[in-house]
Structure formats: structure tokens, C-alpha cells
Design a binder for this molecule. Structure first.
Ligand code: UDP
Ligand code: MG
Length: 293
């Protein structure tokens, strides 16, 4: 009987020191399961400036199961992942980081859950040693915000270390978003899913390249692409402003022409009318949000 195929996708940026130890760790897991499954490795070199690509090519010469995709420049992890996802055609796909922060020992657990019928085996990172205070707080805040604002719920500590069944990968290939958060799209899709907890060790070698600024940009991207809430909020604000100032304006007209008092100066008429129209414009923006949605 033909065995099932599993691809392991690893986005790599300046990981020259980590590739070999990672490959050896994964290889141990692969061997444990090789009687039942055919494994392939898909390394995406995301425009590394060090010798990552050389090392990858050496490995792929020795092992025909190692595929290497070389991007023309550094595009960031999300694009690297996308390139890899488009290239696979196997029964399951495992995504993991190149720095050994995603323990290969979980591969067997992934497979077990997958065989039990889960289409997505995701992970929840319990605690990261050596993660800066600001990154920890930032990550918490991001998950709080996105869960409050959008219909897609994301678990805190959720990350890209996952197994996806073929059905999920095929759906994922259809997305055309440019600024994307792959794990966000996966969470949005649904499917039968389970979370496994793990503790991430420190990066084996090198520095995490996700600077605070990059993480912030990613967070903003995710918030705007997963939620229309900011635009809708503008709309609500507009409706609030235009109704209160509309009523105020009517009251001022009544005061002047019906009660014939002169409580309000002509300047205040201008200001109130003006604010009313600002409110109308904001409300129109909110309407745009409904159309986009
Ligand atoms: N990565 C990538 N392109 C980039 C930045 C990172 O492919 O522009 C890869 C990197 O090689 C690693 C994974 O994405 O395999 C996670 O990166 P990192 O360890 O820097 O981030 P963190 O552990 O803080 O999430
Ligand atoms: Mg890392």
C-alpha cells in the first residue's frame, strides 16, 4: 500500500548555524515514522545574507527528499511560508521554525492527532524563556485586541508551528491576500482543530529577526485585514456626532425663530452646522465599511 506523504516546511532567514542541527533533529523523528509515511523537507530560503542557501544545497544533494526554494530577496516569514505552501502536494504539511524553538519531537504527536481525525493540529506556546517583556506584553495585547475586534478568535501563545491536513492546504492555496498572516487565515477557516501545548526553548543560534517594529507592522496588518471594526467605529462615531449636533442645530433654530430668543451667537451656528456635516461624513465612511465587508 502506498504510504501517506508528509511535507515539513521550514522558512529560513540567516539560519546557517541552525539548519544542520535542526535537520538532524527532524531526521530522528522522520526515521521513527518512516515505515508508515513518506517525508519531504521544504526549506524556503528567504533571501538570507549568510550561508544558509549553501548549507541547504549541500543537504539536498545528499537527500533527494530535501527541496529548497530560494526567494530572490528577503520578503519576510509570511511570504516565505506562502511560497512553501504553494509548492507542496502531500497528505499533510507541518510548518516549523528553523531555530529549533519549535521542538521536532512534537512531530510524532502531530501525526498521532492527525490520524485521530484532526485536520489542524496547532500549538500553544506556554512560555518563552528569554522573550523580552515588551514582546510578551505586546503579544498578549495583540491577541486581546484581535479577539475583541474580529470574528476570528486567536488563542494567545498561538503560533505557526502546526500540522495541516491536505484539505486545509488546498483551501489555503486559494487565498490571494498580499499582506497576510498565515496562521490567522488558518484560524479563520475553521476545520477540525486541536491545540497542543509546548514550551519554546531559546533560539539555538543567532538573534530573532522579528524586531519590535516588524512585529508591530504585522499586528496592524492583521488587525486591519481581520476586522472592519476600526472603520465601523468611525461610522458609529459619525452617527453619534451627526444626531447630537443635528438635534442641537434644530434646538438653536427653535430658540432663534420660534422662541425668538437670542441665546446663540451666529458663530455657534456655523460651528454646530459644520460639526454636523463632519458627523455625516464619518457616518458615510462607516457605510463604506459595510460595503467592503
Ligand atoms: N524568518 C523568515 N524570514 C524573515 C524572518 C524570519 O523566513 O524575514 C524565519 C526564521 O528563519 C525562523 C522563523 O521565520 O525560521 C521565525 O523567526 P524568528 O525566530 O526570528 O522569530 P520568533 O522566534 O521571534 O517568532
Ligand atoms: Mg525564533
Amino acid at each position: 500500500m502506498k504510504s501517506k506523504t508528509i511535507s515539513i516546511l521550514i522558512p529560513s532567514y540567516n539560519e546557517e548555524k541552525n539548519i544542520l542541527p535542526l535537520y538532524e533533529e527532524i531526521d530522528k523523528e522522520v526515521r521513527k515514522n518512516s515505515d508508515k509515511y513518506d517525508f519531504e523537507y521544504v526549506f524556503v530560503d528567504d533571501g538570507s545574507k549568510d550561508d544558509t542557501i549553501k548549507i541547504l544545497e549541500e543537504i539536498s544533494k545528499k537527500n533527494s527528499k530535501v527541496k529548497v526554494i530560494e526567494l530572490s530577496r528577503n520578503f519576510g516569514k509570511e511570504v516565505a511560508l506562502t511560497a512553501g505552501i504553494q509548492s507542496v502536494d502531500s497528505d499533510a504539511l507541518i510548518i516549523m521554525d528553523a531555530d529549533l524553538q519549535h521542538p521536532p519531537s512534537l512531530i510524532s504527536v502531530f501525526i498521532e492527532k492527525w490520524e485521530a481525525g484532526y485536520e489542524i493540529v496547532a500549538t500553544q506556546r506556554l512560555e518563552i524563556n528569554n522573550r523580552s517583556f515588551i514582546k510578551k506584553i505586546g503579544s498578549k495585547l495583540f491577541h486581546k485586541l484581535i479577539n475583541a475586534m474580529s470574528e476570528t478568535k486567536m488563542v494567545s501563545g498561538s503560533n505557526d508551528f502546526r500540522l495541516l491536513d491536505r484539505v486545509v492546504v488546498e483551501e489555503l492555496k486559494k487565498f490571494t491576500e498580499r499582506n497576510r498572516l498565515v496562521r490567522g487565515l488558518i484560524d479563520w477557516m475553521g476545520f477540525k482543530k486541536i491545540y497542543i501545548e509546548f514550551t519554546a526553548p531559546d533560539r539555538l543560534h543567532g538573534e530573532a529577526v522579528y524586531t519590535l517594529q516588524k512585529l508591530f507592522e504585522l499586528a496592524i496588518n492583521s488587525l486591519t485585514s481581520f476586522s472592519l471594526f476600526p472603520l465601523k467605529l468611525t461610522g458609529y462615531l459619525g452617527v453619534f456626532i451627526s444626531t447630537t449636533f443635528g438635534f442641537l442645530f434644530i434646538w438653536m433654530l427653535t430658540d432663534k425663530y420660534i422662541l425668538e430668543q437670542n441665546t446663540f451667537s451666529s458663530l455657534s451656528f456655523v460651528i454646530v452646522a459644520n460639526t454636523f456635516f463632519v458627523g455625516v461624513m464619518l457616518a458615510a465612511l462607516g457605510l463604506v465599511a459595510l460595503y467592503i465587508g
